[in-house]
Design a protein around this ligand. Structure first.
Ligand code: PMP
Length: 424
């Protein structure tokens, strides 16, 4: 992986001249480690446990094709034109109904449509943080979120999770420590369901308390829930948003229940805050893609999404079971892995004293053996720990690996695990 520092230092001539003019925040940009291994995973013969793309094989392509051409033929002059900055009113209404499955009852004026929850993350960080502010996240967390936060020059503080997600008491004591240091904690970023990268779900009996702790300390909760509908048992957990719509900003996405290529997601925030998000969103994209939103609306309205989501969740369940069974069979004694109840990922912890003290060092050997994964260090930001003089000797996450099981047949995934174990 080429780091930003290497890109900057290696520049010569015209590049170097332009790059001298970069804002200081460019030094915080980070290439996505997941996208980096993506190229390797496309090589023939390689089994990818790295990706994390939804499986689209079960999409009703023929019906979608007919729907798309009907939309263009009948509504072309609208869907090919600029649209509302907040997004399609009908889609906002549909989102409100959809959120009831998680116990939330937002109104359309609280909904901002986006080009995916990645954009929502960017908007919320842009709106709430000044350089030097603190954002709390789970340790480990989604690399794409770390990328956004670093670009806004904030300090990321990660609170270690256990098998039931974030412990509200640990969050509160970290907030207190930071307050005592005179720091401003702006928001807690959390992925409560089938978390990326661990597959862990926040226990239901911790949810109200986590929201209460944050509200008491004036810390906004940013709830990112792209996997919430992909529970293996078909159950939905209550959203954090449903506990306190005034202090939780919710990010939703159609990427995992429909298509990441259409780039449509949503945010829920109190109406006045939502208005600011709209202004910030308009500055980036003017309006969400009208055509994409109309396609999503059709897919959702026709009820295609429910059977699609149920069928894909069962697909992911079988793949997950195959990966966990292969871990049981092949991984070195003392290796620990999470047991996800939904979503795309499991998180491995290697035993102490293993062949590779840092899983990232095992990656080249794994590629030679025909398998790729994402090393655990990608999901941590050690910058804050370094600045505070308490940086760990080995990077945080060194003993961890994220394994994605969302793509590939169960037997192929199991073979990938066998290859990986032979290297570890
Ligand atoms: N949040 C999390 C936790 C994710 O895993 C992803 C996608 N991998 C995103 C946000 C971005 O999703 P979207 O396609 O909706 O932008």
């Amino acid at each position: 992986m080429v780091s930003i520092q290497e890109l900057m230092q290696g520049a010569t001539g015209a590049d170097a001249k332009l790059m001298r003019g970069f804002a200081s925040r460019a030094a915080g940009f980070r290439p996505s480690p997941v996208r980096d291994v993506f190229e390797v995973s496309m090589r023939p013969g390689i089994i990818s446990l790295a990706g994390g793309n939804p499986d689209l094989e079960l999409l009703p392509l023929e019906e979608l094709g007919q729907m798309a051409s009907k939309i263009i033929a009948e509504e072309g002059l609208e869907v090919l034109q600029y649209g509302s900055g907040a997004g399609l009113e009908e889609l906002a209404e549909l989102v409100c109904d959809f959120m009831e499955s998680e116990g939330s009852r937002p109104r359309p004026e609280e909904v901002q449509l986006t080009a995916g929850s990645q954009m929502g993350l960017d908007l919320v960080t842009k709106l709430f943080t000044d350089p030097g502010d603190v954002i709390l996240t789970e340790g480990p967390t989604y690399t794409g979120a770390l990328g956004v936060f670093e670009g806004y020059e904030v300090e990321v503080q990660q609170v270690q999770m256990d098998d039931a997600g974030l412990d509200p008491a640990a969050v509160e004591s970290r907030i207190r420590e930071l307050e005592a240091e005179g720091k401003r904690v702006k928001f807690l970023y959390t992925i409560p369901n089938y978390q990326n990268p661990t597959g862990v779900t926040l226990a239901d009996d911790r949810r109200a308390e986590l929201v209460r702790v944050c509200r008491e300390h004036d810390v906004v909760v940013v709830e990112d829930n792209p996997y919430g509908q992909l529970g293996f048992d078909g159950q939905h957990h209550r959203s954090l948003h449903s506990y306190d719509p005034d202090s939780v900003i919710y990010l939703g996405s159609f990427s995992k229940i429909f298509s990441p290529g259409v780039r449509v997601g949503w945010m829920i925030a109190p109406p006045r805050v939502r208005k600011f998000l709209q202004i910030a969103a308009e500055a980036v994209t003017i309006c969400p893609s009208v055509l994409s939103q109309r396609l999503v609306l059709g897919f959702m309205r026709e009820g295609m999404w429910e059977s699609h989501t149920q069928r894909t969740a069962q697909l992911y369940r079988r793949r997950c079971e195959a990966v966990l069974a292969a871990c049981e069979r092949h991984m070195p004694a003392g290796t620990h892995w999470t047991v996800p109840e939904g979503g795309f990922f499991t998180w491995l912890t290697l035993p102490e004293g293993g062949r590779h003290p840092d899983a990232a060092e095992a990656l080249p050997a794994a590629i030679d053996a025909g398998v790729v994964f994402v090393p655990g260090t990608a999901f941590y930001d050690d910058a804050a720990a370094h600045a505070a003089g308490r940086a760990p000797e080995v990077p945080t996450g060194a003993v961890n690996l994220r394994l994605a099981y969302s793509n590939g047949e169960p037997e192929t995934l199991a073979e990938g695990v066998r290859r990986l174990a032979s290297v570890l």
